[in-house]
Every structure is written in structure tokens, then in C-alpha cells.
Design a binder for this molecule. Structure first.
Ligand code: F6P
Length: 324
């Protein structure tokens, strides 16, 4: 499909996908609406910043118990309203909403989203983003990520970008001055081997044995069992740490740990881990919960958490061996 289709910008990518059949046309329409929403969110962040109080705490907790910031709520409203205009979208699942929002009775796809990922970085001028997953409506709200028709994430950073896959290759696009997302011209392929890990090391005392042993061996560097030095990066926005790993490889870990409420890690399966895992596998990497591929897990509920380890295939295998 890559050869037959023009991939110079998002419109041509979506036209190509839409031609594959009704379900793909529905997914393409949803992604077009999400791109419009993301363009508005990027504009809000770029032009208004502190003036709009985007990082102001709203005083409520979302369905996961996280404190909502003003931009979380604004982004959620923008996305819900954009998807509300697409007849093909049956319902919208959001981190910011307790339950699915029904949109169009005859719709053939469901969109799940973390409208604003990296909330702790709002107002710090650090990259944040929007993550999304498009599923067949026929599968219901709780279906394994393997069923995704499309998934991707936008990053609002030095560049506004989109990584998206419809099951084929991951396409990297950048928002231009003309308001269009154009192909960035690189083949998104996560290198198999890496010497860079991403983990919130402040949780070290809470880690389980396998994570502590794996990170310990990375830190031991050239003289340790891994025989080479490792670098560490932790932005604290999944989209930013993810984007870097798609670009140059790496391993990301948000494992389960001993803190109360972190028995299944922090990240949410339906609208964070699943879309990222879909992209990771499409780019030749691996994404697991420590042992099992993320995409094979059946979500127990809309806001279920999952331990998430993803990135360079050989390094993810290396980590998994510590648990066996
Ligand atoms: O809630 C999601 C998130 O903000 C991710 O974007 C990020 O990877 C993670 O949480 C950061 O968590 P912590 O603050 O515990 O390092």
C-alpha cells in the first residue's frame, strides 16, 4: 500500500486509507477530525500559554484519580466536539470521562483518547501530546489492542507532529505553517539495539526485583554484565519519551511497583499503552506488560492500568528475561 499511495501529507494518507473499505474510511474520517482538534490544541498552547492558565488545577479528579488541569479539560472538549461531527464515530472513550460518550448510533468506529498526555509538563514548556486509538465499534468498549484499525499520537513540542499507523508502516508528519500535516520524510523504524533507557528513577525503592536488577545492570555500564554504558532520559511525558524512542531507539519502562495504587503501574491500557504498542509493533519494536504483548491483553475496564515496557526489540527481550 505504501508504494501505491501518495504519502506526502495527511490528506493523501487518509484518502489512501479510505479507499481500503468502509471501516478504514471511518477510521480515516476520525483521524482527520483528531488532526483538526490537535491543530486547535497546538494553537492554544502556542499562543496562550500561561495567559490562559492552561496548567491551572481544576479542583476535580478525573476517572483515574489524577488531578485535572485546565488544558486536560479543554483538550477533551475540543476532541469530543470534533468527533461529534463525524457520523462514523459511534462513541468516544476518554481519560477525562468516567464512561464512554455515545456519539452516533450507526457509527462503525470507537475512538479512545488521552486528550492531553503529560499533564505535569503543562506550563513548563516541555512537550505534551494527544494519544488516540481507533477500534471497530462492533468489538465493544473493551477489546484487545490487536483489534485497533488505527492509532497514533500528536506531540505539542518544538514541532507539532503526528505519528500514525493504520496497521501498515508508521508515518511521521509535521504540522506546517499552512495548517497541513506533511510527511517528515523518514522511515519510522525503531532500531533493535539501544543503550538508552527511560524510567522514573525516583521510584527505585519501590521497584520489584526484576526491574531493580535490570536497571542495576544497565547502570553498572561497561564493567557490568551488559558490557556497555547506558544513558538515561526521562521527560515525564509518554508522548515525548515515545517520540524519541521511535526516532533513535531506547527502552521505556513504567513498571508495576510497591506503591499503593501502582500494582499495575501508572499508564492506562485502552488509551495510552494500546495505541503506543500498536505503533511500536508497526515500527519493528516490542511492547509488553513485562511478559505478555500489550496488544494481546483484554482490558478489564475502560481505565485499567497496565505495566508498560516498550522500545527496541532486543532490549525489551533483554528486560523480559529478568522476569523469567
Ligand atoms: O499520566 C501519564 C504520564 O503523565 C505520562 O505521560 C508519563 O510517562 C507519566 O505519566 C509520568 O509519570 P511520573 O510522574 O510518575 O514519572
Amino acid at each position: 500500500r505504501g508504494e501505491r499511495c501518495l504519502m506526502s501529507n495527511l490528506s493523501s494518507v487518509l484518502a489512501c486509507e479510505a479507499a481500503r473499505g468502509p471501516l478504514h474510511a471511518a477510521a480515516a474520517a476520525a483521524v482527520a477530525a483528531l488532526a483538526g482538534a490537535a491543530t486547535s490544541i497546538a494553537g492554544l498552547i502556542r499562543h496562550q500559554g500561561d495567559a490562559a492558565g492552561l496548567g491551572a488545577v481544576r479542583g476535580t479528579e478525573n476517572a483515574d484519580g489524577d488531578t485535572q488541569k485546565a488544558l486536560d479539560v479543554m483538550a477533551d472538549d475540543i476532541i469530543a466536539s470534533a468527533l461529534g461531527k463525524v457520523d462514523a464515530v459511534a462513541s468516544y472513550l476518554s481519560e477525562e470521562q468516567d464512561a464512554a460518550i455515545p456519539l452516533h448510533a450507526g457509527g462503525s468506529v470507537i475512538v479512545a483518547s488521552d486528550p492531553l498526555d503529560g499533564s505535569s509538563n503543562i506550563d513548563t514548556n516541555v512537550s505534551i501530546g494527544t494519544i488516540f486509538s481507533v477500534l471497530p465499534a462492533a468489538g465493544g468498549v473493551l477489546q484487545p489492542g490487536r483489534n485497533q484499525i488505527a492509532a497514533g499520537f500528536f506531540v505539542y513540542g518544538p514541532q507539532t507532529t503526528l505519528l500514525v499507523s493504520f496497521g501498515g508502516p508508521v508515518i511521521a508528519l509535521q504540522l506546517g505553517e499552512n495548517g497541513q500535516f506533511h510527511d517528515m520524510g523518514w522511515q519510522v523504524r525503531i532500531p533493535d539495539v539501544t543503550s538508552e533507557f527511560a524510567i522514573n528513577a525516583s521510584n527505585q525503592r519501590h521497584w520489584h526485583k526484576d526491574v531493580a536488577a535490570y536497571i542495576g545492570d544497565c547502570l553498572a555500564g561497561k564493567d557490568g554484565p551488559r558490557g556497555r554504558n547506558f544513558n538515561m532520559r526521562w521527560v515525564g511525558s509518554l508522548v515525548a519519551d515515545g517520540w524519541r524512542i521511535f526516532r533513535r531507539g531506547g527502552i521505556f519502562l513504567y513498571p508495576a511497583d510497591r506503591r499503593e495504587g501502582y500494582g499495575a503501574g501508572r499508564l492506562r491500557l485502552v488509551y495510552e499503552a494500546n495505541p503506543v504498542a500498536f505503533l511500536v509493533e508497526a515500527a519493528g519494536g516490542k511492547a509488553i506488560d513485562g511478559a505478555v504483548p500489550i496488544l494481546d491483553l483484554a482490558p478489564a475496564d475502560l481505565h485499567a492500568r497496565v505495566p508498560l515496557v516498550f522500545g527496541s526489540a532486543k532490549e525489551v527481550d533483554e528486560f523480559a528475561a529478568y522476569g523469567s
